[in-house]
Write a protein that binds this ligand. Structure first.
Ligand code: G6P
Length: 616
């Protein structure tokens, strides 16, 4: 979850590292630090607790013109956020600097065995610097030293190291699935980063480290080896990812910008996949028919979809699509639960993973389980080159550009759309879907970008509601069927960005507990569009109102049936009932955003959270 960046070349490293850290800050923002080495074998180190700005204020204009260095932005795991626990961590003589993402699980045993002196921090990282310093002092090459050290460290992590007596050189290792290392190849320079965003303003030419791989870079050379030291060949990939979309533009927050980008995001997700002549879905570019054939599809016995957080909520929407269009029993599981409960899987199970980042450790571990069981895997991801896309047999990219706000918005909509497309595609391959249904659904999806745009027109109403309810300390979100995942997502968004306690609940469950909480101080948001459970939702809303609870009901276009029953009506644009979640999510994102704003919360970087979760 921490952000990592490294540079070696001919330009001053300081500004490049800070620029990279700025783009990575959403990964963690408890503290930040940089280390630079110059040709005179001096190391300059600066750290600061809190957001990156604190570090920038400390170092800007002060750092030496060194041309190599590394930088880190931290999401604390071992030790509170503080200067002494910030990275880089050094050995007692300050000769080796280490930045690290993930967890060294046996760090206590390593500390007992390899301490070169007292430890200055509570981190699991510092001992790596001690271990490296001992080896480098004994004359071991830095790459070999790091190979030995990571060979003894247990857990999943990535690490970048630098030694003062080897200026201009950075060595990195990726162990397991705790977030990747991307290597950027420039002209007379090389870069390293935990994710692409940090590199793309410098270069589009990249390679990715797989688990168990190391890289050794200088300005002019790059070398890849495995844990045994055997050389590896890697092909440089040239990426077309738009770094401009990683800026806020005229918006106050990334979350608002990304929410407003959703019509375009949906358009980008459907482009070339939902076809007009004839009305059908085509995913053959992502799922080549030689591998994903009719025979394969017809032989499937069930689907399991895994994901975390918002991605899991979109999976819950997807379940309805697979059951309806592909006639396949579908389960949804939280990746972190799935991986530890010995799921029953076989070659006829299709495992679909969803991850915005493609680096979420629990989702990668769930995919490992699926791979061991011989399942076919398809992943839906927003990050080209991410680990999930390399593990899965087929990858469908969201193509919505970088999502920077920690709370996901546009990637939720893209995931739902792509699950819908995959369900239609599988349905056709399996012969389970009529031409008419497919055509009708494609037609409906083609209208989605404008419907999502109309949902954004609800912003003033949601802002007014936010101002009215910003003082609430608890919120209930209720939904049934396709409305349940939306209710859960609405509650998650509100928790994330406003710190209000919120629960997303199956409306039918309300009577079995949450109803005890309801009074005039606890507002309820009810997803109540015209669908096959509309009458049941109406009863649930009446039950809340009977207990003096206020209800914001999200209803279908032109539906005034709940007037006088609910306290407020939020009218959705016209949309096919099955696609309703893709539109009804939008006002709930806006409600959360404006409530967070009213309460003065840090909407883009909420406390304690991180965008990419690479630790368990
Ligand atoms: C974090 C983010 C969420 C995201 C979840 C899963 O918790 O804050 O916004 O939904 O991780 O991330 P993924 O990259 O796997 O979709």
């Amino acid at each position: 979850m921490c952000g990592i960046v490294g540079y070696t070349g001919r330009r001053p490293a300081g500004p490049i590292l800070l620029d990279g850290l700025r783009r990575l800050e959403y990964r963690g923002y408890d503290s930040a630090g940089i280390a630079l080495t110059d040709d005179d074998q001096r190391m300059y180190v600066a750290v600061a607790t809190g957001k990156l700005d604190a570090l920038v204020q400390k170092v800007e204009g002060h750092y030496p013109p060194a041309t190599s260095g590394l930088g880190h932005t931290r999401w604390a795991t071992h030790g509170e956020p503080s200067d002494r626990n910030a990275h880089p961590q050094l050995d007692p003589d300050g000769r080796v600097a280490v930045i690290h993402n993930g967890i060294v699980e046996n760090f206590e045993a390593l500390r007992a065995k390899y301490a070169r002196g007292p430890f200055a921090s509570d981190t699991d990282t510092e001992v790596l610097a001690h271990m490296l310093a001992t080896r480098v002092e004994a004359g071991l090459d830095l790459l070999d030293a790091l190979r030995e050290v990571v060979g003894e460290a247990e857990g999943a992590f990535s690490v970048v190291v630098m030694a003062v007596d080897q200026p201009g050189r950075l060595v990195a290792a990726r162990v397991g699935n705790a977030g990747g290392i991307v290597v950027g190849v420039g002209d007379g320079e090389h870069l390293l980063a935990s994710d692409l965003n940090a590199l793309l303003s410098q270069t589009r030419r990249v390679t990715f480290l797989e688990p168990g791989e190391l890289v050794d870079i200088t300005a002019d050379a790059v070398r890849y080896v495995d844990l045994d030291g055997a050389d590896l060949a890697k092909q440089v990939e040239v990426l077309s990812y738009d770094p401009v979309s990683a800026t806020k533009g005229p918006y106050k927050h990334f979350m608002l910008k990304e929410t407003f980008e959703q019509p375009e995001a949906v358009l980008n997700a459907i482009r070339g996949r939902y076809l007009v002549h004839p009305h059908r879905v085509d995913l053959s570019a992502e799922l080549p028919p030689e591998r994903f054939s009719e025979t394969w599809a017809r032989d499937l016995s069930r689907i399991v979809i895994v994901g975390m957080g918002t991605s899991m909520h979109s999976a819950m929407v997807g379940r309805h699509y697979f059951e309806r269009f592909a006639n396949l029993p579908t389960e949804v599981d939280n990746s972190s639960e799935f991986r530890y409960r010995q799921p029953v899987l076989d070659e006829r199970t299709l495992v679909i993973s969803i991850a915005q980042s493609g680096e979420t450790v629990d989702t990668l571990a769930a995919m490992d389980e699926a791979r061991r069981a011989g399942c076919t895997q398809i992943t839906i991801c927003n990050t080209p080159g991410a680990q999930t896309t390399r593990v899965a047999d087929g990858a469908i990219l969201m193509r919505v550009g970088p999502e920077i706000a920690v709370a996901s918005t546009k990637t939720m909509l893209a995931s739902m759309v792509l699950l819908h497309s995959l369900a239609l595609y599988l349905g056709r391959l399996r012969g389970a879907l009529s031409v008419e249904t497919e055509a009708q659904q494609v037609e409906a999806v083609l209208r989605l970008p404008s419907a999502v745009g109309e949902a954004l027109d609800l912003a003033p109403q949601m802002q007014a509601l936010a101002e009215q309810y910003a003082g609430a300390e608890d919120f209930l979100f209720l939904g049934r069927g396709l409305g349940l995942p939306v209710a859960m997502e609405g509650a998650l968004k509100l928790k994330e960005v406003s710190y209000i306690h919120a629960e997303g609940y199956a409306a039918g469950e309300m009577k079995h507990g949450p109803i005890a909480l309801i009074d005039e101080k606890m507002p309820t948001v009810a997803l109540a569009p015209q669908d096959d459970v509309a009458d049941k939702m109406r009863s649930n809303i009446e039950q809340v109102r009977a207990r003096r609870g206020e209800v914001i009901a999200v209803v279908s276009h032109g539906d005034r049936g709940l007037e006088g029953v609910a306290t407020h009506l939020v009218e959705l644009p016209e949309v096919d009932a099955l696609l309703c979640p893709i539109v009804s999510t939008v006002p709930l994102q806006l409600l959360a955003y404006y409530i967070g704003l009213s309460r003065g919360a840090d909407v883009d970087q909420p406390r304690n959270l991180a965008k990419t979760v690479t630790v368990e």
